[in-house]
Design a protein around this ligand. Structure first.
Ligand code: FAD
Ligand code: FES
Length: 351
C-alpha cells in the first residue's frame, strides 16, 4: 500500500490524509476543502500555494507556471505536487456565498454515444455508475487507458442531468487522448474511468447582470451547460457568441436556434464564421464581431471559454468595451503544447 502523509491546510487548521503519489490539491478537493485551481495539469499557476512546513515533490509543474525562484521560496503547484513528508500549506481557501462546491470523487462511465458533430469534433455521451453533483461549467478528468495520464473535458450537460455526461471533444493532431484514443478506437460500450467535478469556471448566481457568453470551438461545452441552466433556473438575459472557421466547424446550431425560438426575449445566438461568408452568420473572428457590434459591455458579466489565444483576445476586447477583470470568468483549454511553451494568460487577469 502507498504511504500516506498528513496535510494541514492553513488558515483552517484542517488536517487530511494524502497518499505519497496523490497531488495535494486532489486530496483537498476529495476531502471537501475547496482550493483555487483551473487546469489541474501544472500549466496555469492558479493553484500556486506556499508550503509552510514539510517536503513536497514539485511534480510536472511547468517552469513557466512555477519559476525556479518560486520553488526556492517554498511555493508549489498543488495540482501536481505530492507530499514527501507531513506538510502544512497556506491554502487560500475560497468560499463564495451562495455556491456549493461539490467534493471530487471517482466514476466509471460507459460510452453510450460517440458521434461526429462537426469537422474534427465528436460528442461523447457517458452513462455514469452513480450521479455526479457539480456546478454548470465544471469539468471531469478522464484517464487515458494504458498511459497513466489524464485529460480534462468540460461537461455540456446540466446538473439536472447528473447521471449522463455530454462531452464535446476536438481532435488535436498527435494528441494522446483525442487523436490516439477518442478519435481512434474508443467505441460504444467501452468503460471510461474518470473523476470530478473540477474547475472554477462555473455559473455565478451572485452576478445577476445580463450575460455575454463567448465560445471558441469545443469551448462551447461548458457554455452550453451554463446557458441551459440559466434559461431553466434563472432570469438573466444571455447573448451567446460562438466562433468557428466555417459552417462545417459549427455544431449544435439547430439546438441553439431552437432555444432562441423558445426564449426570444432572453436568449440571442450569434454564430460567427472567420473563414466563410454566409447568410445568417456574423463574419469574422468573435473578437471582430464583438468589436464592431457591441457598443458597450458595461453592466454585463461575461463567460469566455476556448483555446487560450482566443480567450485572451476576447478578454482584451471585452475590457476595451468597459468590462473589468472581476466581471469576466474564463476557461482556457490548455493542452500539452501550451504547458511546454507556457500559457498566454495576461497577468492582469486572475480568474
Ligand atoms: C479545464 C480544461 C477543460 C477542457 N475541456 C475540453 C473540452 O471540453 N473539449 C476539448 O476538446 N478539449 C478540452 N480541453 C483540452 C483537453 O483537456 C486536451 O488538452 C485536448 O483534448 C488535447 O489532449 P490530447 O491528449 O489529445 O493532446 P496532448 O497529448 O495533450 O497533445 C496536445 C498537442 O501538444 C503536442 N505535444 C505533446 N507533448 C508536447 C510537448 N512536450 N511539447 C510540445 N508539444 C507537445 C501534441 O503533439 C499535440 O499536438 C480542456 C482543457 C482544460 C485545461
Ligand atoms: S490548476 Fe494547478 S497549475 Fe493550473
Amino acid at each position: 500500500m502507498t504511504e500516506a502523509y498528513r496535510i494541514t491546510v492553513e488558515p483552517l487548521g484542517t488536517e487530511i490524509e494524502c497518499r505519497a503519489d496523490q497531488p495535494i490539491l486532489d486530496a483537498c478537493l476529495r476531502a471537501g476543502i475547496w482550493l483555487p485551481h483551473a487546469c489541474t495539469h501544472g500549466t496555469c499557476g492558479t493553484c500556486k500555494a506556499e508550503v509552510l512546513d514539510g517536503e513536497v515533490d514539485f511534480g510536472a509543474a511547468s517552469s513557466f507556471a512555477l519559476m525556479d525562484f518560486e520553488r526556492d521560496e517554498g511555493k508549489a503547484l498543488l495540482c501536481v505536487a505530492t507530499p514527501r513528508s507531513d506538510v502544512t500549506i497556506d491554502g487560500d481557501v475560497e468560499v463564495e456565498e451562495g455556491i456549493t462546491m461539490h467534493p471530487v470523487s471517482d466514476f466509471t462511465g460507459t460510452v453510450v454515444e460517440l458521434s461526429d458533430i462537426a469537422e474534427e469534433t465528436r460528442r461523447l455521451i457517458l452513462d455514469l455508475d452513480h450521479d455526479i453533483a457539480f456546478n454548470p461549467g465544471q469539468y471531469v478528468s478522464i484517464q487515458v487507458p494504458g498511459s497513466g495520464q489524464t485529460r480534462t473535458y468540460s461537461m455540456a450537460n446540466t446538473p439536472a442531468e447528473p447521471g449522463r455526461l455530454e462531452l464535446h471533444i476536438r481532435r488535436t493532431p498527435g494528441g494522446l487522448a483525442s487523436d490516439g484514443w477518442i478519435f481512434k478506437n474508443l467505441a460504444a460500450g467501452d468503460q471510461v474511468a474518470l473523476s470530478g467535478p473540477y474547475g472554477r469556471f462555473f455559473f455565478h448566481a451572485s452576478r445577476p447582470e445580463p450575460m455575454i457568453m463567448v465560445a471558441g470551438g469545443t469551448g462551447l461545452a461548458p457554455i452550453k451547460s451554463i446557458v441551459r441552466h440559466v434559461l431553466a433556473e434563472s432570469g438573466q438575459h444571455v447573448t451567446l457568441y460562438v466562433g468557428a472557421r466555417t459552417v462545417r466547424h459549427l455544431y449544435d446550431e439547430e439546438f441553439f436556434r431552437e432555444l432562441q425560438g423558445r426564449h426570444p426575449d432572453r436568449f440571442v445566438y450569434r454564430p460567427c464564421l472567420s473563414e466563410q461568408e454566409a447568410d445568417g452568420y456574423a463574419s469574422g473572428m468573435v473578437t471582430d464581431v464583438l468589436e464592431a457590434g457591441l457598443a458597450t459591455a458595461a453592466g454585463c458579466v461575461a463567460y469566455v471559454c476556448g483555446p487560450p489565444p482566443m480567450v485572451d483576445a476576447t478578454l482584451k476586447t471585452l475590457m476595451r468595451k468597459r468590462l473589468f477583470p472581476r466581471d469576466i470568468f474564463r476557461e482556457d483549454f490548455f493542452d500539452a503544447r501550451d504547458k511546454a511553451a507556457g500559457g498566454v494568460r495576461s497577468p492582469l487577469l486572475k480568474r
